[in-house]
Design a protein around this ligand. Structure first.
Ligand SMILES: Nc1ncnc2c1ncn2[C@@H]1O[C@H](COP(=O)(O)OP(=O)(O)OP(=O)(O)O)[C@@H](O)[C@H]1O
Length: 646
C-alpha cells in the first residue's frame, strides 16, 4: 500500500487510506508492474504534449456522441465539487482528455498543461493513474498521491470511472482530479453515478428504432439511475441492456441475446401495445424469467425521439411524424446559479408529475422552450413524446388541423390518410404550446373543450379519441391585458395557469459568466475558449434584447472569428453588437421624466430630444439602428447625439 509521509493534512493520504482495501492495493500494485513493463521510470518527466489542434478536432468528431451526452453530467458534477481545487475531466477510450471543467488554480503552471484537452493519460504514457488504470481494469479507479507511478503526479488525487457502451465496451472515462489534500471520500461515488448517468443517456440515444423498457422492482426507482433499461426489436427480440438491466436480469449479455421480451418478462409484445392503447396507461406489472416481479414503463422509439407506445399495425389515423429529437437537458442542467431561476426551478420541481398546467412567461429568447423541454425530461412522462407547437408561427387557417388533426378527405388539400394532430402526437407525454397568447380566439374554445374533456375529435371525424397530455404553455404577452382587450378567453386562461413562472431576462441574471462558459463550451464542442475580462465587463452592462438567442449567436460567431486564439475579446465581436455596446456605454442610468414633466421643470427642446433618444435606446436595448428607425432619424444623428447623453 502506498502511504504518504506522516504529517499529511487531515484531508490527505491518511484519511484517504482508510477507504482503501486490499483489493485496491492489489490493483495499484498490478498497475505499477504494468507501468514498469512499459519501460517507464518513476522519476521521469512525463510527456504533457497535447495533440495538435486538428487532431483534437478529429477526436471530438469521433467522440461526438460521448461528448454531447457527457457535458451536461460533467456540469452537474462540477457544481458538486466547485471550490474544492478539483477538475472534472472526460477522456476517450484511450485516455486522451476531450473536455475539462473547473479551474486549474491549484496546479503549478507546469502541471496545469497535464490536465488539458488533448493530453493522453493512458498507463503506457503516464504510468499508474486513475484514468489509465480505469481503462486497463475496466473498473472505477481511485489513485491517490504516491500511488501514482510517476513522482511528478504525486500531488494529485484522482477518481475515475469508465463509461461503457451497450456492449460493455469502454468508450471513455469520467474523472475528478485535484490536489491530493482535497481528497474527499464521496468523490468516487459521485463520479460513478455521473458515469452511469452518461451511460444511460447514451443507451437511450443508441436505440432509436426499438422498444425500450425501463424497469425496477420498486416503482419509485423507475426514471432514476437505479432503473434497469432493456431494448427490444419491434418484434420483441432482445437487443441490449444497460448496466443495471443486466444486474436485475442476472444473465450475461451473450445469454440474453437468445431471449425475447416474452421469455424475459412473461408477456407477449402485443400485450404492450394493448396496455398503451388505453388513455391513461399505468405502470406495467411484469414477472421476470427468474420469478421476480418488477414494474415497468415501455416506449416505442420510431426514429429521433420517443413515442407513446401504440400498435404500429393498426394506426387509428396516419402515423405521426417523429417529434423533435430529445435534448440532453433536465432542470438541473439549466440551473447555473441565478437565484431568480433557482426559484423557478424549485417551484416547477414541486409540481412535476402532478397534472398541474404550467404557464411560462418571459421575453423572447429567455429559454421558455428549453425550460418546457427540461420539465418534460424530468417528469414521469419523460419517456413519452414532447411535442412543441408555436401558435404564432402557424397560419391561423392551419392551426386547427395542426392541433386537432383531421380525417381523410376532411377538407380540400387534406393529406390522403389524414393526420393525427399535435395533441394526439403528444399522448402520454407533454404538449408545449408556445406563444399561447397568439392562439386565434375562435380556436380557444375548442382547445378548452379538449383540455376539459380529455378527448380529441379530429376534423371531419365523428370519433372522439381519449388523450392524456401534460400541458405547458408559454407567452411573452400579458395575458390579462389580452383578456381585457377581448383577445383571450378568461376561462381558458384559468385552465392554463396552474403554476405561473417567469423566466428572468439575461440582463437580470447573476450567472452570466457561467452561462457564457457553458455556451462557449457547447458551441465549440468543448474547445478551449475563455472570455476576456473586458468583454465580460461589457456583457454585464449590455441589455441583451434577444436574450439567450442573441448571446448564443454572438458567441458562435466570436468562436469562428477567434480561430486559434483561445481568449475571446471585443475584436472578435460583430460590428453591430459593438455599436450597441457603445450606445449603452453612453447611457446614464437614470433619465428625465415624461415630456410634460420636463416642460414643467423648464427643460429646453434639446434636452427633451436627448431624453427621447435615451428612452428609445433603452427600449431598444441600446440598438442604434432600431432607435434610429423608431425615432425616424438616421443612425448618424443618434451617433452625433450620443456624447451629449448624460
Ligand atoms: N440556459 C440556456 N443556456 C444556453 N442556451 C440557452 C439557454 N436558454 C436558452 N438558450 C438558447 O437560446 C435560444 C432560445 O431559447 P428558447 O427557444 O428556449 O427561448 P424562448 O423563450 O422559447 O424564445 P421565443 O419566445 O422567441 O420562442 C435557443 O437556441 C436555446 O438553445
Amino acid at each position: 500500500m502506498h502511504q504518504d509521509s506522516a504529517g499529511e493534512s487531515p484531508a490527505g493520504t491518511s484519511v484517504a487510506a482508510a477507504h482503501w482495501n486490499s483489493d485496491t492495493a492489489e490493483v495499484i500494485q498490478t498497475s505499477h508492474l504494468r507501468s514498469a513493463g512499459y519501460g517507464l521510470c518513476p522519476g521521469a518527466r512525463p510527456d504533457f504534449m497535447p495533440l495538435a489542434r486538428s487532431d483534437i478536432s478529429l477526436l471530438l468528431e469521433q467522440n461526438h456522441l460521448l461528448h454531447a451526452h457527457a457535458v451536461p453530467a460533467m456540469e452537474t458534477l462540477y457544481q458538486q465539487i466547485i471550490n474544492t481545487h478539483n477538475m472534472v475531466l472526460l477522456t476517450d477510450a484511450q485516455g486522451v482528455i476531450l473536455h475539462s471543467l473547473g479551474d486549474a488554480d491549484f496546479l503549478e503552471k507546469a502541471n496545469r498543461v497535464a490536465l488539458t484537452q488533448g493530453v493522453g493519460w493512458s498507463e503506457d504514457r503516464m504510468g499508474t493513474n486513475a484514468i489509465g488504470t480505469a481503462i486497463a481494469e475496466k473498473a472505477p479507479s481511485l489513485v491517490h498521491a504516491d500511488q501514482h507511478y510517476l513522482a511528478s503526479n504525486h500531488f494529485l488525487t484522482c477518481s475515475a470511472a469508465p463509461i461503457t457502451d451497450h456492449q460493455g465496451k469502454v468508450i471513455g472515462v469520467l474523472d475528478v482530479s485535484g490536489d491530493r489534500r482535497s481528497y474527499h471520500k464521496h468523490t468516487m461515488a459521485l463520479v460513478r453515478m455521473s458515469a452511469l448517468m452518461i451511460e444511460n443517456q447514451l443507451f437511450a440515444a443508441t436505440f432509436e428504432h426499438a422498444i425500450v423498457l425501463r424497469f425496477h422492482a420498486r416503482p419509485e426507482f423507475i426514471g432514476t439511475l437505479m432503473e434497469g433499461i432493456c431494448a427490444f426489436s419491434q418484434g420483441g427480440r432482445f437487443l441490449a441492456a444497460n448496466r443495471n438491466g443486466l444486474f436485475h436480469l442476472g444473465l450475461s449479455l451473450p445469454a440474453l441475446q437468445t431471449h425475447t421480451f416474452s421469455s424475459l418478462f412473461g408477456l407477449p409484445v402485443s400485450a404492450l401495445f394493448d396496455h398503451y392503447r388505453t388513455a391513461m396507461p399505468g405502470l406495467l406489472d411484469l414477472c421476470m424469467h427468474n420469478g421476480v416481479r418488477v414494474r415497468g414503463r415501455a416506449e416505442l422509439r420510431l426514429g429521433s425521439g420517443a413515442h407513446a407506445l401504440t400498435n404500429p399495425g393498426e394506426p387509428a389515423i396516419a402515423a405521426p411524424p417523429p417529434p423533435k429529437p430529445r435534448r440532453l437537458s433536465g432542470l438541473r442542467y439549466l440551473n447555473t446559479g441565478d437565484p431568480q431561476l433557482e426559484k423557478v426551478i424549485d417551484k416547477v420541481n414541486r409540481v412535476l408529475g402532478r397534472d398541474i398546467p404550467i404557464l411560462i412567461m418571459g421575453e423572447t429568447g429567455t429559454g421558455k422552450e428549453l425550460l418546457a423541454q427540461a420539465i418534460h425530461n424530468d417528469s414521469p412522462r419523460a419517456m413519452g413524446p414532447f411535442v412543441a407547437v408555436n401558435c404564432a408561427s402557424i397560419p391561423e387557417s392551419l392551426i386547427e388541423s395542426e392541433l386537432f388533426g383531421y380525417e381523410e378527405g376532411a377538407f380540400t388539400g387534406a393529406r390522403k390518410k389524414g393526420a393525427s394532430g399535435k395533441i394526439l402526437q403528444a399522448n402520454g407525454g407533454t404538449l408545449f404550446l408556445d406563444e399561447i397568447g397568439d392562439m386565434p380566439f375562435s380556436l380557444q374554445a375548442h382547445l378548452l373543450r379538449v383540455l376539459q374533456e380529455r378527448m380529441v375529435t379530429p376534423l371531419g371525424s365523428g370519433k372522439s379519441i381519449p388523450v392524456n397530455v401534460e400541458l405547458i404553455c408559454a407567452t411573452n404577452h400579458n395575458l390579462r391585458e389580452r383578456i381585457a382587450k377581448g383577445l383571450f378567453r378568461e376561462d381558458l386562461y384559468y385552465r392554463l395557469n396552474g403554476l405561473v413562472v417567469k423566466l428572468p431576462p439575461l440582463r437580470e441574471r447573476t450567472d452570466l459568466e457561467t452561462v457564457v462558459r457553458k455556451i462557449l463550451s457547447t458551441e465549440s464542442d468543448g474547445g478551449p475558449y475563455t472570455m476576456s475580462e473586458e468583454a465580460l465587463r461589457l456583457f454585464r452592462r449590455h441589455r441583451w434584447p434577444g436574450n439567450f438567442r442573441q448571446l448564443t449567436n454572438l458567441l458562435r460567431t466570436a468562436i469562428i472569428m477567434a480561430g486559434d486564439e483561445h481568449e475571446i475579446g471585443l475584436r472578435h465581436m460583430p460590428d453591430d453588437f459593438l455599436d450597441d455596446i457603445d450606445a449603452m456605454a453612453e447611457l446614464p442610468t437614470a433619465h428625465a421624466g415624461s415630456p410634460a414633466q420636463m416642460v414643467a421643470s423648464g427643460a429646453n427642446l434639446e434636452e427633451m430630444e436627448l431624453s427621447a433618444i435615451m428612452k428609445s435606446l433603452e427600449a431598444n436595448g441600446g440598438n442604434v439602428s432600431a432607435t434610429a428607425r423608431a425615432l425616424g432619424v438616421s443612425r448618424n444623428t443618434i451617433y452625433r447625439k450620443l456624447p451629449h447623453l448624460k
